[in-house]
Every structure is written in structure tokens, then in C-alpha cells.
Design a protein around this ligand. Sequence first.
Ligand SMILES: Cc1cc2nc3c(=O)[nH]c(=O)nc-3n(C[C@H](O)[C@H](O)[C@H](O)COP(=O)(O)OP(=O)(O)OC[C@H]3O[C@@H](n4cnc5c(N)ncnc54)[C@H](O)[C@@H]3O)c2cc1C
Length: 318
Amino acid sequence: MRLDGAALMRRLPPVRGALEPMRPLADLTWLRVGGPAEVFFQPADAEDLAAFLAETPADVPVTVLGVGSNVIVRDGGLPGVTIRLGRGFNRVERVGETGLRAGAAVLDAQLAKAAATYGIAGFSFLRGVPGSVGGALRMNAGCYGAYVADVFVSACAVDRSGAAWRLTREDMGFGYRHVSAPADLIFTEAEFAGTPGDPAALIAEMDALMRRRAESQPVRERTAGSTFRNPAGRSSTAAPDHPQEMNAWALIERAGCRGMALGGARISPMHANFLINTGGATATDLENLGEVVRNKVFLTTGVQLEWEVARIGIHPDA
Ligand SMILES: Cc1cc2nc3c(=O)[nH]c(=O)nc-3n(C[C@H](O)[C@H](O)[C@H](O)COP(=O)(O)OP(=O)(O)OC[C@H]3O[C@@H](n4cnc5c(N)ncnc54)[C@H](O)[C@@H]3O)c2cc1C
């Protein structure tokens, strides 16, 4: 399949933000791989986004990217329009004593720091998640036992037809690294609630969390975080070392895949569930290595790992 950004541009409505044909995406993802967006759109604000979606022909595929910390963009690029929310979506404001409202482009770390500044507890876990609020909502991001669901109050979103949505907790359907809200929704803003906290204690909590992560995860590498979802917890009767009860990293290690390489892709020697681009990897290298690992884990343990990293776009030879 060949992307034709110029032809697609002619079918798109005028916008107040920026539209760009054949925009390379590698520099917008943590893994630094992948092809271009056929057309790349940065809306000026939520109204611009809604009007664009309403007027864009229904057969044009639309993909939304956050800051690309949980995606592999395939080497053939992304057909249709890729949307990235920017300046018009990056405000954080306090709501009452212990609430926060944040645009979808706000970084998770920025939200955690704002919460600490206002003395609002419950957000420190987001300090170490390198994504945006939009990505955190879609993935129910979390770490060390805390999740976005714990502080979530409501979210605003726009669907593929340009209609505005307001979602409650029930509408979101939070699960492990997953929400069941319709896949075409683009979150534009969310409201959160914490509890009263002491700013100095919250800053110390975030610092401790960052030290803990730096000791156990390759946070300075080109990576997309946890590659596979943890299968743990499917059975209540199995022993803790039963494959179904183990974390993905432990299964990958048991299958002998720690440090395994394919082209420029490698399984991190530091944390076996992190796939890294050592420099010259292609998206195909990374995805193929992931599939080799899935196969080996299945043959060794009987567990079928599921990708947590979103793999989007087309294979170069498709
Ligand atoms: C070093 C490292 C450590 C990590 N540690 C953690 C961790 O501890 N816990 C954790 O949960 N994750 C972790 N991650 C993964 C990642 O940071 C999270 O999944 C994050 O929430 C993704 O946000 P993003 O903005 O980068 O989204 P992207 O990677 O750009 O996109 C991820 C998904 O979210 C969707 N999306 C993005 N924005 C929107 C929006 N506005 N509306 C609707 N859908 C949207 C995309 O379409 C895609 O499906 C880590 C990643 C790295 C690189």
C-alpha cells in the first residue's frame, strides 16, 4: 500500500491548526522507528478537532498519538490522518481543594508535579510514566499498584464523527492497561481528584519513585516501556511460580530471552519485558523480535503473552 499525502490533503477540510502531508513520525516516538503519517494534524483546540472530524470523509482512517511512549509505528507508515494534540490541550488547573483538570497533551510527570505543588496526594505514581494524559487515559496507566482509574473523575472526548462526549468512570470501563470506552474516542481533557497531602512529602515520594525506576528499568534507552501485559492473576489456586501467576518479565527470562537481539532490536538485559532500539533498529526488527519472544515463551511455559505496546500502521511490504 502506497501513502499519498498530497492526494489525501485535497480531501480534507480547512483547519485552524496545522496539517502536514507525509510527516515522519519516528522522532515523535520513544522507539524512534517507523514510517510517516500520510497526513499529520495538530488541532488548534477542541473545536478545531471536532470540526475537522465532522468534515473529514468517513473512509479516511484516523489515528491519535500521544507522546509515543507506548507505540511501535510500523515502517510503512500510518495511512489516513494521524492526530497529535499539542499546545491547545496542555493546561493543568486546580479544581477545588483536591481536584485537577488537565488537557490530554499534558505530560503525566507534569500532572504529578502540579499535584505535589498544590498539596494533592494520589498522583505521584504518574511522575514515572513518560506519557501524556491522553495516553494515560487510554491505557489506564499505572505503576507500583496505583492507576489512573484511582484518581479519575470524568473525561471529555470527541468521536470520529466530531460529536462531543463526557465520560464518567462507568463509561470508561477501566481494566488492566485498558479501557472499554469506544476505540474511536479522542480524549481532550480530564478531571481528577486526589486527597490532601504535604507538598514536601509528595516531592520526596516522587524522587524515591524515580530512583526505584532508574535502578530496575532501562529508562534512558529507546524503549516503549513494558512490551507485554502481565498475565498474572488469572487463577486463584495456582502456586506463585505457576506460569499463569508470573509477570511477563519472569516468563521471558524463563524462556531464556533476556538480552536476545534481532537486527538493532534487543530485549533489555536490565529488564526482560523492555524491548529496546539499540540504534539502528527498524520497526520490523522490534516487532519480529517481540514475536520470537512470544513464541519462545509459549513453547517454554504454555503462556501466550499479549502485546501491551500498540503496533500501528502498515508493514513496508504490505
Ligand atoms: C521508559 C518507559 C517506562 C514506562 N513505564 C510505564 C509505567 O510504569 N506504567 C504504565 O502504565 N506505562 C508505562 N509506560 C508506557 C507508556 O508511557 C504509557 O502507556 C502511556 O500512558 C502512553 O502515553 P502516550 O502519551 O505516550 O501514548 P502513545 O504511546 O502515543 O499512545 C498509546 C495509546 O494511547 C492512545 N492515545 C494517545 N493519546 C490519546 C488521546 N488523546 N485520546 C485517545 N487515545 C489516545 C494511542 O492511540 C495509543 O493507542 C512506559 C514507557 C516507557 C518508554
